[in-house]
Write a protein that binds this ligand. Structure first.
Ligand SMILES: Cc1cc2nc3c(=O)[nH]c(=O)nc-3n(C[C@H](O)[C@H](O)[C@H](O)COP(=O)(O)OP(=O)(O)OC[C@H]3O[C@@H](n4cnc5c(N)ncnc54)[C@H](O)[C@@H]3O)c2cc1C
Length: 372
């Protein structure tokens, strides 16, 4: 039986970030992954992510935003890669809409620059966009386009350089508490570790095994043939009253050309193994229907499309906690489709929880908010 200090199940963006922070602190870390990230079997598929500074989900996230941008910058400098590109973002919502008020509050709290643009001003700046009369845009100049592959590669390189090991293509099947530590059965061996961190993305709910209100939701990412009208366009995020209450649409330029435009939520929920991994014509049509209202000229054929999954909580907040089976087991789940940009700060927070350090600022993410 292999014996080690800290085992991480899931080396996606959360697990890789945690591996790097724990390795930097001198721990002996092994991160297992069933696949070899980046891959298209979980929550990080696609080439880009929006990295806004604003966080309309709550003021508690504001310090994490600040920390995460600084940490991505350190990784860029240390590994000589471009992870974030400062494209700016327009967040479009009804003038009295929930996204608008909460986003502005978070920008005020963080002390970040922003401007409020009328529909006329927004459409004069970006004629390809349609903004309704009762909407406004928040122009957030500090928002960045985040590149998935170099981001994950830098986190993993950082982990490796500080001594962490990765076992890719090895799936954890089950775990149990073993005295002060844990035993984990994989499809290749049994591992004993002093501490366990579960960051298994959409398979987290299965491995955590608690009665938490988590739902895995299928999402579609579509890159459209953009043409000249969207050249130089920033990141876009809309709340759309015709979609569900937390739903919206978003877009961004893609590296190598094309413009990503997709829906946030509005997907089928189910077990990750049973959700359809193919993109169907009906999926594309649902995006086209919203696109026609928002970027009416962008009706060319999609260049590429892929599926991805969220693990949602009812309050769209993450869940970071100790497992009731034992303090030596920490789990992180419920990404709710908006955590890639926070990965370095999340890694630091999870490293603290694994070490047993107090993080009162992360208490709002505890499972007790669901009565668990
Ligand atoms: C369509 C879409 C758009 C998004 N847009 C944004 C955005 O614009 N901005 C933003 O910040 N966030 C965005 N997100 C969210 C962000 O990508 C996720 O929150 C983030 O990837 C979650 O990381 P994770 O490490 O939890 O999951 P993952 O990156 O999926 O990692 C989990 C890992 O665990 C591994 N694993 C699972 N089970 C096992 C097992 N039994 N044994 C071993 N390994 C296992 C998997 O193989 C996987 O590699 C988006 C997500 C989607 C789906």
């Amino acid at each position: 039986m292999d014996d080690l200090e800290i085992l991480i199940i899931g080396a996606g963006v959360w697990g890789s970030a945690a591996a790097a922070r724990l390795a930097r602190r001198g721990h002996d870390v092994l991160a297992l992954d069933r696949w070899a990230p980046p891959h298209a079997h979980g929550s990080h598929s696609g080439r880009t992510r929006l990295a806004r500074q604003s966080m309309h989900e709550g003021a508690d996230y504001v310090p994490l935003s600040e920390q995460t941008f600084a940490m991505w910058g350190e990784l860029e400098a240390e590994y000589g890669v471009e992870i974030l590109r400062r494209d700016g973002a327009l967040l479009i919502d009804r003038a009295d809409g929930p996204l608008n008020g909460a986003s502005r509050a978070s920008l005020d709290l963080g002390g970040w620059d922003y401007e409020i643009w009328s529909p006329e001003r927004t459409m004069a700046a970006y004629p390809a966009l349609h903004v309704a009369e009762d909407e406004v845009a928040i122009w957030e100049p500090g928002a960045r386009l985040l590149f998935v592959e170099p981001a994950l590669a830098a986190l993993q390189e950082d982990a490796r350089r500080h001594g962490a090991r990765f076992a890719l293509g090895e799936a954890a099947l089950s775990w149990s508490v073993d005295g002060d530590g844990v035993q984990v059965k994989t499809d290749k061996r049994t591992i004993r570790a002093d501490r366990l961190l579960i960051t298994a993305g959409v398979y987290g709910p299965d491995l955590i095994g608690l009665d938490l209100p988590l739902q895995v939701e299928r999402q579609i990412l579509v890159t459209w043939d953009a043409g000249p009208e969207l050249t130089g366009a920033p990141l876009l995020y809309w709340i759309d009253p015709r979609l569900g209450p937390d739903s919206g649409a978003y877009g961004c330029p893609e590296p190598g050309g094309g413009f990503k435009f997709a829906l946030h939520h509005e997907g089928v929920v189910g077990h990750p193994d049973s959700l359809d991994k193919e993109v169907r014509e009906a999926d594309l049509q649902a995006v086209r229907d919203v696109l026609a209202r928002r970027i009416p000229g962008l009706t060319r054929a999609p260049l590429s499309a892929t599926t991805c999954m969220y693990t949602n909580t009812p309050d769209v907040g993450w869940v970071f906690d100790r497992h009731p089976a034992g303090d030596q087991v920490v789990y992180a789940t419920g990404d709710s489709g908006r955590s890639f940009r926070y990965a370095p700060a999340i890694g630091e927070g999870l490293a603290d929880l694994v070490e047993g350090r107090p993080r009162p600022d992360l208490a709002f993410l505890g499972a007790d908010r669901f009565g668990a």
